[in-house]
Design a protein around this ligand. Structure first.
Ligand SMILES: NC(=O)c1ccc[n+]([C@@H]2O[C@H](COP(=O)([O-])OP(=O)(O)OC[C@H]3O[C@@H](n4cnc5c(N)ncnc54)[C@H](OP(=O)(O)O)[C@@H]3O)[C@@H](O)[C@H]2O)c1
Length: 126
């Protein structure tokens, strides 16, 4: 996740490895795990973060906008929640519907509680 997203969450996500991108935060190597397995690390480039995470079987990119812009087109899968609301915002998911449908196919969709949760898988050759 980007530094902005980490700041907006306010604490590391528990029970997992938190990889944060920042050129301004002091670089820290992976911290010693808390009792529940939570760790934090900070990398100054996407390449350094991807290299550090290369042994992970699954890597979740959780934003924000700037990080999605750098990574969305490389993702194997997308898990998108659309909230039915008209609020203004200052950060957006950077891929429009046409690009989504061009590169990814829907594999599942669920609706409820004012939200639609859609899973996508990259199309063969996409
Ligand atoms: N609705 C959702 O699903 C969702 C998900 C995630 C986030 N959000 C929201 O999105 C907002 C944050 O998005 P954002 O675009 O403003 O911020 P962001 O992407 O979370 O973080 C941006 C910061 O990340 C660092 N960064 C990004 N790319 C980097 C790279 N290649 N190498 C090194 N550092 C890099 C930079 O930090 P430095 O300035 O320290 O160098 C940059 O200023 C928040 O309001 C958050 O709540 C929403």
């Amino acid at each position: 996740m980007g530094r902005g997203t980490f700041a907006s969450i306010g604490s590391p996500l528990r029970t997992r490895r938190n990889i944060i991108l920042s050129r301004t935060l002091p670089a820290v190597p992976r911290t010693v795990p808390d009792a529940d397995g939570t760790t934090i690390e900070i990398h100054a480039s996407l390449e350094a973060a991807m290299e550090a995470a290369s042994a992970e079987a699954v890597l979740y990119i959780i934003g924000g906008e700037s990080v999605f812009r750098q990574t969305a087109e490389r993702a194997d899968e997308l898990l998108l929640t659309r909230v039915e609301d008209d609020s203004d915002g200052d950060a957006v998911f950077p891929m429009d519907e046409a690009s989504l449908e061009r590169w990814f196919e829907r594999t599942a969709e669920e609706r409820g509680a004012g939200m639609t949760f859609t899973s996508y898988r990259r199309r063969a050759g996409g």
